[in-house]
Structure formats: C-alpha cells, structure tokens
Design a protein around this ligand. Structure first.
Ligand SMILES: NC(=O)c1ccc[n+]([C@@H]2O[C@H](COP(=O)([O-])OP(=O)(O)OC[C@H]3O[C@@H](n4cnc5c(N)ncnc54)[C@H](OP(=O)(O)O)[C@@H]3O)[C@@H](O)[C@H]2O)c1
Length: 290
C-alpha cells in the first residue's frame, strides 16, 4: 500500500491488517514505524521486495492531494501524481499485481452534479486533470485495474486535520466557521471508504467505481448536521462564494457523484453524516487531547 500515512491510507492500512490481510505500507515525509520509505518520483521500482511473495494488489494512496498545492508546484505535482504514478502502475502490472488507483470527484467540472461513472470528465482544476490523465491511461492500456473515485472524506478522529476536526477546533475556539456557499459534494465516512475498497478487492472487481455516500450536501447543511449530532452549539457562519477564498485553482460547483453502480454491485450501506458526527463526539470524549 503506497501512502499509508495519509488521511485515507492510514485508515486503510489498519483496516486491512485488522481483517487479516498481509500489507506493506509506505510513507514519504512522515516517517512512521512499521512503514517503508517510498517516494514515487525517485523510486527504482526494480528494487522492491516483492520477490517470493504473491501480492494481489498495489493500492496507490500516494499523491499530492492538495488542490492548490498541485497548482503551486506544477512540475512536482505532475512528477508525483502523473509520471511517478504511471511508472508505478506499469511496474505493478509487469509484476502481475493489480493496481488500485484512488481518484476523485474533481475529475468533474461540477456543472451538474450527480455524476455517474459513464459521464464525461471535464476537470477544472489541475489536480482533477492529473487524475483524469492517470485514469485515461489506466483504462486505455490496462484492463485489469481498479479505479475508485472518492468525494470528500470525513473521519471521526478529533486529532487529525480533516473537515470535522477542523470545525470542532474552530467552534471550540469560539470563532466563526467560514463556509463556501456554492459547493456541493458527497461527504463520506473514512471507515466506509476503506470497507468499500476492501469489499471491491475481495470481489475481484475491476474498472471504475464511485465510492461515496449517496446524499449530496452543501457545507452549511453538513455543518448544521454535525452540530445537531455532536450537541455543539451552531457557530456563527461566514458564507462566501468559493471565488472569494482566493484559491489558486477554482473549484467546481457541484461535484457530487452517484454511487449506484457500487451499491448495486455490493449492497453496501453507507454511514449517515449524523452517525459519523456522533462517532466523532464519542472519540472526543475518549481523547483528552482533543
Ligand atoms: N481525502 C479525501 O477527501 C480524498 C478525496 C478524493 C480523492 N482522494 C484521493 O485519495 C488518495 C489518498 O488521499 P489522502 O487524503 O489519504 O491523501 P493525503 O492525506 O494527502 O496523503 C497522501 C499520501 O501520499 C504520500 N505521498 C506524498 N507525496 C509522496 C511522494 N512523493 N511519493 C510517495 N508518496 C507520497 C503521503 O506520505 P507522507 O504523509 O509520508 O508525506 C501520504 O501517505 C489521493 O490520491 C487523493 O487524491 C482523497
């Protein structure tokens, strides 16, 4: 598993091990005990310790995933997100290992929302364009791959830097929460993401799937649901058009996706954002540092 320190990767690594899978995980900057150092743009893949073992999947969570980070350093983000990723894919395929590539709802421009797998991609961010470039090459040249598009991933971990933990800290500090008024997405609990990925791999699924919670949210509605379910007082909200955030790369308006194909294939039940918020508060109570 490449990128086992990230917001998705670290949960997936623990999840698969808990389920009895044999997994090797990597880090790039965040040195972590038990993980192997791996920088996708530098690596000599021929040195990888796979000989003698049979590895079924190479799960690629490694990425520069910050949308503005990609735009800020175009050369580096391309080296990691496109060139390095495609080299890794090729190496995995040559070694008889199925690549699992994590893509994003940002492959869509966001004009209509409710996107399905068959819909035409039209990314407006460089990050989204990089995802499309890899997806296209995977689909064109490699039949046996799994591509999973995610929407915004939320966790119940109050100590990380994802949406709920950031809201929690802002509310606790008595500050207003700044929300984009014109963005829609399908926030998804990280435990559902990792479960969904495992289920697809266990089914030996190939091709493209949207793994996201089916309900479409704007940020204020999600914030209200978070407060209602955590028992936190709703904070003052500063609503802004996303154009007013000064992003380097303008976000699409509605990148919500339909997970119908995944639901039909698996019968999966997603966790509601209300339940996810309650799990978050349970963790807060157990975590004195939160
Ligand atoms: N989280 C979301 O909401 C979301 C939504 C849609 C799609 N996705 C996609 O899902 C995947 C995982 O996302 P994430 O949220 O876990 O990302 P993340 O938190 O940014 O983690 C990125 C991972 O990639 C590693 N990495 C960074 N630069 C690297 C390099 N040069 N070589 C090798 N590894 C490198 C990082 O290692 P270090 O930490 O050690 O530097 C980390 O393990 C990404 O492809 C992302 O685009 C995520």
């Amino acid at each position: 598993m490449f990128g086992a320190t990230g917001n998705v990767g670290r949960h997936l690594f623990v999840h698969l091990r808990t389920k009895g899978w044999t997994v090797i995980g990597t880090y790039a900057q965040c040195q972590t005990e038990g993980l192997v150092r791996f920088r996708i743009e530098e690596e000599d893949f021929t040195q990888f310790p796979v000989a003698g073992s049979r590895w079924d999947y190479g799960i690629i969570c490694s990425a520069i995933s910050g949308i503005d980070l990609c735009r800020r350093d175009v050369v580096r983000s391309r080296a990691v997100n496109v060139v390095g990723t495609l080299r890794l894919v090729q190496w995995l395929i040559n070694a008889g290992i199925c690549p699992v590539f994590l893509s994003s709802d940002y492959v869509f421009g966001g004009d209509k929302g409710g996107y399905r797998e068959a819909d035409t991609v039209d990314p407006v961010t460089l990050y989204g364009q990089q995802k499309v470039e890899v997806e296209t090459k995977l689909e064109r040249y490699h039949a046996k791959t799994l591509i999973v598009r995610l929407s915004k991933v939320v966790t119940s971990d109050p100590t990380d830097s994802t949406l709920f933990s950031e809201w929690y800290r802002t509310i606790r500090a008595g500050k207003p929460v700044v929300c984009a008024s014109d963005q829609f997405f399908c926030p998804t609990f990280v435990e559902d993401v990792v479960n969904g990925l495992r289920v697809l791999m266990e089914m030996r699924a190939e091709g493209l799937y949207h793994v996201c919670q089916p309900k479409r949210y704007d940020r204020v509605t999600l914030l209200e649901e978070f407060c209602r379910n955590t028992g936190m007082r709703c904070p003052a909200v500063e609503l802004r058009q996303s154009a007013a955030f000064g992003f380097l790369d303008q976000r699409g308006r509605d990148t919500s996706m339909s997970p119908d194909k995944f639901l039909k294939a698996t019968g999966f039940q997603f966790t509601s954002m209300g339940a996810c918020s309650r799990y978050f508060m349970e963790k807060v109570k157990l975590c004195p540092c939160a």
